[in-house]
Design a protein around this ligand. Sequence first.
Ligand SMILES: *[C@@H]1O[C@H](CO)[C@@H](O)[C@H](O)[C@H]1NC(C)=O
Length: 497
Amino acid sequence: PTAAPRPLRTGPPRWAETPQAQPREEGPEQQLRELIQGATDPQELLQLCGGHRLSSNLAGMAIARLARLAHGHPEAPAIHGDPRLLRLLDTLDGQISQVWNATLVQVLRALPALGLPRAGRQVRSVEQEVLWRLRRLPLRQLVQLAEHLAGHRDSPLLPEVLRKLELRWTELEGTRTVVTLMAKVGHLAPALMERLEDKALELAEQLDVDEIRRMAVALALQQRRCVPLLRALSYHLLQKPPELGLPVLTDLLFAYSKLNFQQPQVLHRLSLELQPHLGALTPAQVSRCARSFAALRWLSRPLAEGIAQPSQIRSLSPRVGDRPPAATATSVLRVPPVPSRGTGGRIPHGHIPAQGQGEPPDPPRVAPSAHVPRVPSVPTDAEVVLDGDNKPLPVGDFTAPHLPHSQGAKPLPPGAKRLAFLRWEFPQFSSRGRELLGRGALARRHLRRAGFLLVEVPHYEFLELKLERQRVSYLRDKVAKAVASDMATDTAPDTAA
Ligand SMILES: *[C@@H]1O[C@H](CO)[C@@H](O)[C@H](O)[C@H]1NC(C)=O
C-alpha cells in the first residue's frame, strides 16, 4: 500500500477498534448512519439509500445491514438483483480506500450472503482492498476475517490472514478469541494452533466452562494431545461449581477419550454428574458415553449400573444361558488380548507343570489347545485337560461341547477337568486399579459356564516374577488353587453362576 508517512505508534494499534474512536463524521453523515443501522426492513433500507448521496463508507454499512436484513427474508432473491443494491456497490467501489476497516470486513462477509458471485468484480475489489490493508489491520478485524474465511477455504485471502495471525499472536487477547480461532482455523494452520495453545495456557484460569468445552473438543478433533493444556483445562474445570450440564459432560467425555487423556478427578466428576442425565439420553448417546469410558478404561459401578438400566440398552447385552452358545465360547477363547504395552510376559506354555507332588515340572507334554492357536500372531491363552491325578491329557482327544465341532470323540474321563489359562494384560484392567473390564469379565463368565476351571494370570503378578523357576511355581500354585476351589464348590451349592 502506498501509505503516507504516519506518526509512530507505541502501543498496539487499537484506536479503530472502539466505536467512539472511529474517524470523525459530519453531523448529517452520522444521522444517515443511524438511519441505516436502525432500518428494520430491506425495502425500507433500499429506499432510504436511494434518496441520499452516500459516501463509500455509508454504502458499505448499508450493504452490510442489507445482508443482515435480507437473511431469511422472503424477498431475498429479489433484493439480490435490485438496481439500488448495484448502485450501492458502485458507490462503495468508488472510494473504497475510505471505507472503515470494520465496515470493509463486514462488507466482505455480506457479499456472498447477498448472492454476489465469488469471482465477480465487486467481491474481487473488496478482497483486493482487504489484502492491501492486511498488514495494518487491527487484530480484531483479522480475527473476524479468519472466522469468516474458514467457511470459504478457496479464498486467496485465507492463507494471508492466517500468516498474519501467526506473526501477531502475542497481540491476541481474550479467551473467546483464542477459543474461536482454535475451533475455526486451528486445523488449517498447525503453527498458529501451537501459538494458540500457548496463549490458552496463559489464559486458562479465565476460561469459562463452555470455553473449556469448546477448547477440549477443538483439540480432540484436531488430534492435538497437548498435555500441559489438557492438565490446565482439567484443573480449572474442577474448580467450577457443580452441574456442568449435559452438553458439557458429553463433549468433554468425547474429547478426553478421543485424546486418550486420563485424568481421574475429571473422569470421576464426569461419571458422577452424568448419572442423573442417563434417562434423558438416546440409546446411541448412552452407548457413545459407555464406549468413551471404556476407551479410557474408567470404571464407575454406579454409572455402569445406571447405563444398564435404560431398557433399550438391556436388549443389547448378550443373554447367557445355561450353556453359552458354542460360537460365543469359541470367540471368547479366540479374542486376542489388546496388544500389550510394556509387558513382555507370556505364559510359558511349554512349561505348564503337572500339579502336585513337588516333583520338577514335566517336560513339555502339554500341547496348547488345538482350538486356540488359530490366532498365530498372538501368543494365546491355553486350554489344558487334566485327569483325576492332575496329569495332563491330550486335549484334542476329547469331545468339546463348548465348541461347534470337537476334534475328539471321547468323553472326558471321570475326575478329569478342563482348565483355561487366561492372561490378563494391562489394558484389560480399569485405569485405576485391578478390576477386570467388561470383555475380560465376560470371557471369564462364559468359560466358567462352559465348565472350565480358570487359571487367571494377571500381568501385575506375573511380571513381578523374573525367574523361570518362579514363574513355573507360580503357575503350579495357581493350578492347585483352581483345582482345590473346584473341589470345595463340588460340595457346596453352585456359586460360580
Ligand atoms: C485501518 O486500521 C489501521 C490500523 O489501525 C489504520 O492505520 C487505518 O487508518 C485504518 N483504515 C481506515 C480506512 O480506517
